[in-house]
Design a protein around this ligand. Structure first.
Ligand code: ZN
Length: 374
């Protein structure tokens, strides 16, 4: 199932909306209708109230988007390619294809988001103030007061010094300069991020225990999410450090079982699928890669045809995302495996399969390297 939808491009950056975001949008709209709208616009027609609530929620999410765009803008200024922005349950995530090179550019990039949110909070306050002065839009000032408050919270929350929040990135950048050790700096910033996550979980539990079940669950969820995000970011950072300058050819598994395109499907099942328990095999003809045969492709051929049908019939072409050259950088490949949720990539050189890399093997490589301190 598709997890996100494209909603257009800004500054040349593809924008996507995650499935979880739709749920949060509905929840926010409902919350605004029963809260803000009910309090300040009680006499407005119900459909209008829902419409306005949805409009305020949209404004709020536009502010989140602008926060992410500010990060991306600075990233692009520092020659860091941006893959896209995804709006999801707790706001937005800007996908950068690599980490900033220097603490200074990381600091600028991280600070841009909260700075944008503070700017928006200031703007919304100014609008609220002027509406209040002239009072030509009923209690319309309350809407902007609310937006100002939310943008301020957004900036404040993101400035908590725990990685991977913006404040955590700023903290890491500063620590890198002080400690002169990016790995140690990341470790400290991540520990702070996890501590903050745990604090939110405990706070949520405490609130739920004292009759505030809704907000309590909310805090606990954000805390739990932060904890996970801190760990994942740390692992990825570590990967990048360990694999810096290492090529795929050095870490791949050179023993990849291939199948010949002219064997029958019965032979394929008995000699390969049943023996190895793998879900797919690369297909070769005279050593040259022809494509891939998968269990689901095999199932499309009726069993009574297996004795005479050949592998060629079920061979599917290999997508660009499914293979890599041995000269590719191992850290980048690991990032790709994590991002795409794939297990394995084939390593192909001049049309010949020379090996494969998978996520667990790369993790083991990292572990061994760390144990040996090399
Ligand atoms: Zn941010």
């Amino acid at each position: 199932m598709k997890r996100s939808w494209s909603i257009g491009r800004l500054l040349g950056i593809p924008l996507e909306v995650d499935i979880s975001w739709l749920l949060i949008f509905v929840l926010f709209t409902a919350g605004l209708e029963s809260g803000l709208m009910n309090e300040y616009f009680p006499n407005v027609d119900l459909s209008w109230r829902w419409g306005m609530a949805a409009a305020i929620a949209s404004l709020l999410f536009t502010c989140v988007l602008l926060h992410e765009l500010a990060h991306c803008y600075v990233a692009l200024q520092n020659d860091i390619p941006v893959q896209g922005i995804t709006l999801f349950i707790f706001g937005g995530v800007a996908g950068l294809s690599r980490e900033p090179d220097s603490p200074a550019s990381e600091l600028k990039m991280a600070a841009a988001g909260p700075a944008m949110s503070l700017l928006l909070a200031g703007l919304a306050s100014a609008v609220a103030w002027s509406l209040d002065m002239f009072s030509f839009f009923g209690r319309g000032d309350e809407i902007f007061r609310y937006l100002a408050k939310m943008n301020f919270y957004l900036a404040a929350f993101n400035m908590v010094p725990g990685f991977p929040l913006d404040g955590g990135r700023i903290c890491r950048a500063c620590l890198t300069v002080v400690l002169r050790d990016p790995l140690k700096a990341t470790r400290v910033a991540t520990a702070l991020g996890q501590a903050f996550g745990t604090f939110l979980i405990l706070l949520g539990g405490w609130a739920a225990f004292h009759g505030q079940l809704g907000p309590g669950l909310w805090y606990a969820m954000i805390g739990w999410f932060l904890n996970g995000a801190a760990r994942t970011s740390y692992d990825q950072m570590l990967m990048r450090e360990v694999f810096h300058g290492v090529q795929v050819g050095e870490v791949m598994n050179p023993a990849v079982e291939t199948v010949s395109s002219d064997m029958t499907l019965v032979e394929l099942v008995q000699q390969h699928f049943l023996r190895k328990g793998a879900l797919a095999f690369p297909v070769v003809e005279d050593r040259e890669l022809r494509g891939i045969v998968t269990l689901s492709g095999l199932r499309r051929i009726p069993k009574d045809r297996w004795p005479e049908a050949h592998v060629t019939e079920v061979t599917e072409p290999l997508g660009d995302e499914e293979w890599i050259i041995p000269q590719a950088e191992a850290g980048e490949v690991f990032g790709r495996l994590v991002r795409n949720g794939e297990r394995r990539l084939l390593v192909v050189e001049s049309g010949v399969v020379v090996g494969a890399v998978n996520r667990n093997e790369l993790l083991n490589y990292m572990r061994v390297k760390r144990e040996l301190g090399i």
